[in-house]
Design a protein around this ligand. Structure first.
Ligand SMILES: [Zn+2]
Length: 77
């Protein structure tokens, strides 16, 4: 009889720990920082593609997606 009680207690303990662990994981996800989608988006003056400001190239007050488009915009030939 005592063996069954210990078994039940063991199962209950594992179940409780798993539940606790699962809840802490959910909490961690909820506390995660906002996704980078919220970052400022700018438009390439050459091809019109939108990209995060941190990845854009700023030249003479205009944004570009890559160095090649910056050169093309200022020197079309
Ligand atoms: Zn571009």
């Amino acid at each position: 009889m005592i063996k069954i009680l210990l078994l039940v207690l063991g199962v209950w303990l594992i179940y409780t720990l798993l539940k606790k662990y699962g809840r802490s994981v959910e909490k961690d996800e909820a506390a995660a920082p906002p996704s980078p989608v919220e970052e400022d988006m700018v438009r390439c003056e050459q091809c019109g593609v939108h990209l995060p400001r941190s990845e854009a190239i700023l030249s003479r007050g205009e944004f570009f997606c890559c160095d090649e488009h910056r050169r093309l915009h200022h020197h079309p030939d």
